[in-house]
Design a protein around this ligand. Sequence first.
Ligand code: ARG
Length: 576
Amino acid sequence: MKKFPPDHSLFPLPFPDGVHLRIFLKPEAVPQILLPYIRAGGDKYGFNATLGLQDPASQETDRKKLVIESSSPNVCDFQAKHLRSALLGEFISRFYEKSGWSVTRVNFPNDWGKPMALLELGWEQYGNEEVLARDPTGHLMEVYRQIHEALQPEETARKKLRDEINNKKTREEAQDLEQEVADLEGKGLLAARNTAFARLENNEETVMSFFKRYRELIVEDYIKLYARLGIKFDEYSGESQVSHDKMLEIEQALKDKEICKESEGAWIVDMRDHGAKSGAAIIRDRTGSTAYALRDLAAVVDRAEKDGFDKMIYVVANDHNQHFSQIFTILKGMGQAELAGKLEHVQFKKHTKPDNELGIGHKASTFLDQWETAMKEVLKEDADAVALLGDSDETAKALAMSALVAQELSVKNTAEHAHDIKAGTSFKSGTGPELQKSYARLCTTLRTLPRNAELSSEDYKTLGEDEDQTNLLRILAQYPDIITAAYRTHDPASILAYLVWVSKQLTGCLNEDDGEDEPAGATEEGGESAEAGGAADAVEEQSAKNPAAEGALYEAARKVLESGMTLLGIAPIAKV
Ligand code: ARG
């Protein structure tokens, strides 16, 4: 206490509190430190302490390289998890970009294998060129739905047998059932599907030409779909694009090192040999076709050899936990530990409720249309929002996508959720539209204020005296911590919650400026100070407005909101 400088510019004298000395910043010190700091940071504020990632200012040439795979939908089966992965992947991509990395966004659709073969069979049975010309993806979805439905009785019977096999104790008991499975797979659609897949794997002309057309149509459609969400992939690779030679090379290496063994006609890696309690990764199945795991192994080894990267992230639902842990383990087993160390599976929970709007038989674009239609209705009813944002088609669409993105990203990666268009498109606190609206309101206020004036110590002082404004400053000061925490978890939910918090506090400040404050003292803590605060506010309302100080504060808040919203993929609609 004795040694503490008596007229320190930032700290008043500490006061003793039991065994502690309490040290506070002077109220004016917070804006005095923070506002210039935020201003200087520009759109890097929050990221400049960055996380051991990389110096954002470093040269283009020594940027670290991230490859990120996300969405990766299945053949004619775009599910809720593929949407969530796309949005989460975009968030993570932007995060790394902001932190100075160069990022390659990859979509790896499941466009090969048995589902592709099944679609080809469906096309033979239900395909119609005219309908396809009118509505390519719509028709393909419908064809796939029909053939998928036709296959279900066989799939159910097979699954039943498989369950029985798993329940049998002895090998002999299981053997008879295995024969039954083989019989089942030897006829009907299951057999036809295997044959069609073998023809694909052999590059047979007729199936291949259908496959190429399918891929072209579907990728064209994906590009438009993701564009509506503000997402652009650098690359549509996918299971069909994996180098055949690389697959053979990996398979051979696995056999040479005896990592992969033959088991009932298939080639598998028994994960028990690699420290797992159970499980096997199929490399080549018993019909002789390449399997999913082999394609993933070959794809990543090939990519590492050709382009190289410092890190690769797979944004895939938790139904792939075992798959990726097997892939990473096998790589290590193959002597590719360094490569395995660069790979990360960012998982998230699949939706619980069955999704009636997405999945087999549904076009994902129709789902986005539903959000837009709902949003248009809600917007019409909200005069404030219309006054702030307008009611053009464009605005409604942008709001709808903000609604969807915010709902998806408001849930922690580990938690499950279902879509709720009504809740998502409302202007209630915490939704995307509400965030857009409060951002627009802030812009309106800012247009009447100087945003970049140099502030005097007097100006800082007025900011320090207003409780709402001081609280806003304290919240803005926390942005870097929020960012750092989100980097560790790859989880956007806390950032969204934070932005909602900023915008709530802003509403408090702006309402007070408008003279719409709650009754004096209602939000204060202690009785005595409440009265004093209320009285001070009343005086301030008439005289002590400080446009330069407020302009600087609100501009800092706007910067933080803009930064966080853009990061999440909810680009602000309003402009200052
Ligand atoms: N298509 C897969 C699914 O729908 C996700 C793709 C996972 N990525 C990969 N490289 N295997 O669940």
